[in-house]
Design a binder for this molecule. Structure first.
Ligand code: PEP
Ligand code: MG
Length: 324
């Protein structure tokens, strides 16, 4: 099987019905960078910047971060890298920050909430990212945006950082695109103004699913209880696809499900045109998409939904087996 993945590594990911699906990889540490070449990923769809904060015992400096981010962009050789600003709190606690005593950390003071309330670290990080990019394109996204004004305020921080760099006479990024992760159901129902304002959205399926089903992603008792291919969840995701299509907003999916071939092919069938996953999943996911008629699969998904089933999984597996 491994040889098969190597042989399709440089083949563009196009479904059997001719639909292009971009496959990106998730990363976060320098050790992930060689996978950019070996996996066949088209870029980094999610760079989890908090990992570099988590592996240290003290806060990294702006200079250190700028050097690290520059190395990431060097390794990408012009391919897209989406840097997610610091996503801490909940399951990701920095050893050198005062721990908060919160009754429900997953629902607590985390990610963009921390970034907006205590903007010092985020400002430092934004500056480091701008400096790393200098003269190159840069993609930034904010984690855990739950409502429109959080995104607007975070974007204002980027504008401030840009103005500062400009004043200092530093070279700015060649292009800058700013997006958000969609990880709370609330954001799927944000006003049209938000969808028009945000340049791209990436569904963080790990968090989105935990909040959709109210089932803690860390809790063994419940974390596997609800199927991603549950009709309710797929219908909700299709709704997001429709809204993004209506506003012309780029959309991708970067939770763990994007790296599971059956789930990935269903996401592609309902309209996700970009998936980001762990590097080892790129081959298996591509292999299945290449063999799949996504339009036919979409019909299967809708037929099962209309028939009143709870999950499309069984029908999808049977369909894929039959098509092979
Ligand atoms: C997610 O929530 O799906 C996601 C990609 O972010 P993380 O797993 O880092 O929370
Ligand atoms: Mg998340």
């Amino acid at each position: 099987a491994l040889e098969r993945y190597v042989s399709i590594r440089d083949v563009p990911c196009v479904s059997a019905c001719g639909q292009r699906v971009e496959l990106f990889m998730n990363a976060g540490l320098m050790a992930d960078l060689p996978s950019l070449a070996s996996s066949g990923a088209e870029g980094v769809g999610l760079f989890r910047t908090e990992l570099q904060f988590l592996v240290r015992n003290k806060m990294p400096t702006r200079t250190e971060l700028a050097a690290l981010y520059a190395r990431v962009l060097d390794a990408a050789q012009g391919r897209r890298v989406v840097f997610r600003t610091l996503d801490i709190g909940s399951d990701k606690v920095l050893p050198y920050m005062k721990p908060q005593d919160e009754p429900n950390p997953a629902l607590g003071w985390r990610a963009i909430r921390v970034g907006l309330d205590k903007p010092g670290v985020m400002r430092m990080q934004l500056q480091a990212l701008l400096r790393a990019a200098k003269g190159r394109p840069l993609s930034l996204m904010f984690p855990f945006v739950a409502q429109c004004d959080e995104f607007t305020r975070a974007k204002a921080e980027i504008d401030k950082a840009l103005a500062r760099e400009r004043k200092l006479g530093h070279v700015l990024p060649e292009r800058l695109e700013v997006g958000a992760m969609l990880e709370t159901p609330s954001l799927a129902y944000a006003s049209k103004r938000f969808f028009d304002e945000v340049q791209f959205l990436s569904v963080g399926g790990n968090d989105l699913k935990q909040f959709f089903f109210a089932a803690d992603r860390e809790n063994e008792l419940v974390r596997r209880r609800y199927d991603t291919l549950n009709v309710s969840f797929l219908t909700f995701l299709e709704n997001i696809v429709d809204r993004c299509e209506a506003s012309g907003t780029q959309l991708s999916f970067c939770g763990e499900d994007a790296g599971r071939p059956i789930e990935a092919v269903c996401l592609a069938a309902i309209g996700f045109r970009a998936l980001s996953m762990r590097p080892a999943s790129v081959g298996p996911v591509k292999s299945l998409i290449l063999r799949t008629d996504l339009r036919a699969l979409r019909k299967v998904i809708h037929a099962v939904r209309d028939a009143g089933e709870q999950s499309v999984r069984q029908a999808v597996m049977e369909h894929l087996r039959g098509a092979d």
